[in-house]
Design a binder for this molecule. Structure first.
Ligand SMILES: *Cc1c(COP(=O)(O)O)cnc(C)c1O
Length: 824
């Protein structure tokens, strides 16, 4: 975009510290971790209850950034950069985007609604891209921060904008309306999602409609609920032909501008469209109501743009399911694949590269990239910029696929190119892919999914999918319960509660938690070897592992004199200074820890030990989740207060104190001390029903149907003939069994799996590697997906019915079940 600071600053309403003459800005950033930041970055330091980007300014200056929009100037940096001080940095970002939007005057489609925004946006982009240079929100950037960032990416060559707006409470849409300033409004389905911020549905609709208050035309699914609120944004339904037009459709109401009837034909839906006294037919390759409705919204836009029926038919027929996730998969030869094989535009390339950085599994990084379409830039400039990105993100190798990128090969340092995906595939055997991270990013027409199939490690069909966004969400939820000064340790013991050790740890490091906790030294060592730098506490170190603990800079919990003396022997022999250790006190759990009577000797020993430093003092509650034993927990906390105080006073030290686990945070929030230890809550499980509603499900265990058969009355299923049919029925075999961690107690019709959103009860006993379910009445075929747990059935439900706790279920999922990590 290249703007001068002189043009920008007046719109921020900022107090200027520094010199703004002749500074060019071509990147607006809010992410201190992005490697794309440089001297042409304008950095907005956002802050919230649990984070403050101002604390990274020093680091950013070291990396060359010179211009900051801040709320305050941190100590000791005043003279090193320019600071534009404002009262609210988020607001300043929005003001800047508003100003920037006004530099352009092409049509802009603004989309809001409860469901379908991102899909409609992606489809419109696909349908309209043959004729326009489109700027659109990347992924689902639709928030108070995502929208300004999306709009700021516009450049001179774009001639159509498509932006989505999402809100969670009253008052937010106004800000987004000013930034998007849509000329064409599109309201998708209004459902009950995200209801918390609104008193009622009317309030929610009114707020969403604010986006459309200045549009030339509003496109919507005709219905009375919506229409009764249209006058609130100055639209009268009857005023067809005036400047403020509506353009609506319906399956039922013949008065609608476009009347549609639908029919399913095999795997497609046939739409018959009546418009302006003419009619034509369009086939869309979907059967479900939501997809059909989203496709119709897109069709309405095409009609509004005046496309002829034939073009509409041809393009709509090509709509495809949108994959919005960046998926992380295990690849061949110890590679990690980041699969973003459904889109290729400059903005989403930047996002994918930032994601690549955050998932830094391997030092070596390869980008497999197709031609980039409709960037709005000349190819010369586009590939020069791509090359810049590749350099700043330290990508070692680029594999370009497509005729255009092949022409610009010389812009890249280590680059191989192929004219087509087919050429790449025929050369595949001669290329090496090993011990590296591969970002696969291509426009849909390049069919990069074929490349992903080649690169992917071939596995078992049962997988545990881990939603990394849900982990971030759950972390923020618990952070919001903490005082700003409370530190956070997250427990990643037992392979991250079964969810994946390294991947979770890497994400937590990225989210800047203060400590990680593991049970044994081995777990910590493998995290350190894979590059985790966040301090790691080892809860249960064996004396034999002390040397390795020191070698890998892990921090042991010390819980008895024998351990302390053994550890001291080594630290003294190695002449270490202030090696961090954590002292555990037993306050009633009676598992590990020093008791009150041990303290005098402990304190005496610690007095003369410069080789170690008591980094923290901790204890653990036995009943934090059990309100009937509330008093017991309170006594434990009181004892902890007294004993830890004694240690602090007598040693004259001020260590971090911590006693709360997840349910401790929920139920004993006033005893946060200096740090808390979050465990199961991160993985989406709370034993408080109210709190559970705010958590997102993290793990979904999926399998497939191996075989379907019909059995007759009196035939039995499985070992021991535990199930006998009382009538003819259809059953399916699923390749997952107790060796994968599914308890046999969940068999014999106690438990069920979900097939195509319907319950299929488990019949007979669960086998080692398989189980059988009743799928009579479910429309399904061999190869269909099966959900073993996730949203439904939830791990909590399974735990309850199999007489155990969610912890055991999560950690029992066998290591032979592949974990797949993804981000929405
Ligand atoms: C596992 C563990 C935690 C976390 O417990 P959750 O109930 O999962 O939050 C905290 N502290 C210690 C000492 C632990 O062993």
């Amino acid at each position: 975009m290249a703007l001068s600071l002189q043009d920008i600053i007046p719109h921020l309403n900022a107090e200027i510290h520094g010199n703004i003459s002749s500074k060019e800005i071509d990147l607006v950033s809010i992410d201190s971790r992005s490697m794309q930041n440089n001297e042409h970055t304008l950095f907005f330091a956002l802050s919230g209850p649990n984070y403050d980007a101002h604390s990274y300014i020093y680091e950013l200056i070291e990396r060359g950034v010179r211009n900051f929009v801040v709320h305050y100037i941190p100590a000791n940096v005043e003279l090193k950069a320019n600071f534009f001080v404002v009262s609210d940095t988020k607001l300043a970002l929005q003001k800047f985007a508003e100003y920037y939007r006004n530099l352009f005057s092409f049509p802009v489609i603004g989309i809001t609604g409860s469901n379908g925004k991102t899909i409609v946006k992606e489809w419109l982009n696909f349908l309209l891209s043959p004729d326009f240079n489109i700027i659109r929100s990347p992924k689902s950037y639709n928030s108070q921060i995502g929208v300004p960032l999306s709009v700021i990416a516009t450049n001179e060559m774009h001639n159509l904008g498509i932006f989505e707006a999402g809100i969670s409470t009253v008052g937010e849409m106004n800000a987004l309306q000013k930034i998007i300033k849509p000329t064409i409004g599109l309201l998708t389905n209004i459902g009950s999602a995200h209801d918390e911020g609104f008193d009622n549905i009317g309030e929610k609709i009114k707020e969403k409609l604010q986006l459309f208050k200045d549009v030339d035309v509003l496109i919507y699914h005709k219905n009375r609920t919506i229409e009764q609120f249209l006058p609130s944004i100055g639209i009268q339904i009857t005023s067809l032909g005036t400047k403020r037009r509506t353009f609506n459709w319906s399956f039922k109401d013949k008065e609608a501008d476009v009347f549609i009837s639908k029919n399913s034909v095999l795997d497609k839906t046939l739409l018959k469209i009546d418009y302006k006294k003419q009619s034509f037919e369009v086939k869309v390759p979907f059967l479900d109501d939501a997809s059909v409705e989203n496709a119709i919204q897109c069709l309405m836009v095409l009609l509004h743009f005046g496309y002829n029926f034939e073009t509409i038919e041809n393009r709509m027929n090509l709509l495809y399911p949108v994959e919005m996730r960046l998926k992380v998969k295990n690849g061949i030869n110890n590679t990690t694949i980041i699969d973003d094989s459904y889109s290729s535009d400059f903005q989403s390339l930047k996002i994918a590269l930032d994601f690549l950085e955050s998932q830094n599994q391997h030092k070596k990084k390869t980008l497999i990239l197709s031609d980039i379409f409709q960037s709005g830039l000349s190819n010369e400039e586009l590939y020069a910029r791509v090359s810049q990105l590749v350099i700043s993100n330290k990508i070692n190798r680029v594999i370009g696929i497509g005729e255009t990128i092949s022409q610009y090969k010389s812009k890249f340092v280590n680059c191989t190119t192929f004219n087509s995906t087919a050429d790449f595939i025929s050369a595949f055997e001669d290329l090496t892919f090993e011990n590296e991270t591969l970002l696969v990013k291509g426009a849909r027409s390049f069919e990069f999914e074929k490349i992903v199939v080649l690169l992917e490690e071939k596995t078992h069909e049962t997988v545990l999918e881990i939603n990394l966004n849900a982990i971030s969400h759950n972390l923020s939820f618990y952070k919001s319960k903490l005082k700003p000064s409370t530190k956070l340790m997250v427990m990643v013991k037992a392979f991250g509660y079964g969810s994946g050790g390294f991947e979770i740890a890497k994400l937590l490091e990225h989210l800047q938690v203060d400590y990680l906790g593991v049970a044994f030294a081995d777990e910590g060592i493998s995290l350190k070897i894979s590059g985790i730098k966040t301090p790691i506490m080892v809860l249960n170190p064996e004396n034999t592992s002390f040397r390795a603990i020191i070698q890998f800079q892990l921090e042991p919990e010390i819980y008895c004199m024998k351990g302390l003396n053994a550890f001291l022997k080594i630290t003294e022999e190695k002449k270490l200074k202030n090696y961090p250790v954590h002292i555990k006190i037993d306050t009633g759990m009676h598992r590990l820890g020093f008791e009150e009577e041990d303290l005098p000797l402990l304190i005496e020993t610690l007095k003369n030990t410069p080789s170690i430093e008591v980094k923290s003092v901790l204890s653990h509650l036995a009943t934090s989740d059990d309100l009937e034993n509330h008093d017991f927990a309170t006594q434990q906390i009181a004892l902890f207060e007294r004993l830890s105080r004694q240690i602090m006073d007598e040693l004259q030290i001020n260590p971090i104190r911590h006693i709360l686990n997840t349910s401790g945070i929920s139920n004993f929030g006033e005893s946060q001390y200096d740090m808390v230890r979050l465990g199961i809550g991160l993985y989406g499980i709370s034993n408080d029903e109210k709190e559970q509603k705010y958590l997102e499900n993290v793990g979904t265990l999926k399998s497939v149907i191996s075989q379907i058969r019909t059995i007759e009355k009196n035939e039995s299923v499985g070992y021991g003939r535990k199930f006998v049919a009382i009538q003819s029925m259809k059953i399916a075999t699923i390749p997952i069994g107790y060796a994968d961690g599914i308890s046999r107690l969940w068999g014999n019709e106690i438990g069920y799996v979900m097939i195509n959103n319907q319950k299929a009860p488990i019949l007979g006993s669960i086998c080692m590697d398989m189980l059988m379910v009743d799928c009579s009445g479910i429309n399904c075929t061999e190869g269909d997906k099966v959900i073993v747990f996730g949203e439904n059935p939830s791990v909590k439900e399974i735990a309850k019915k199999t007489h155990t706790i969610p912890y055991e279920i999560l950690t029992s999922i066998s290591q032979r079940v592949k974990r797949i990590f993804y981000r929405e």
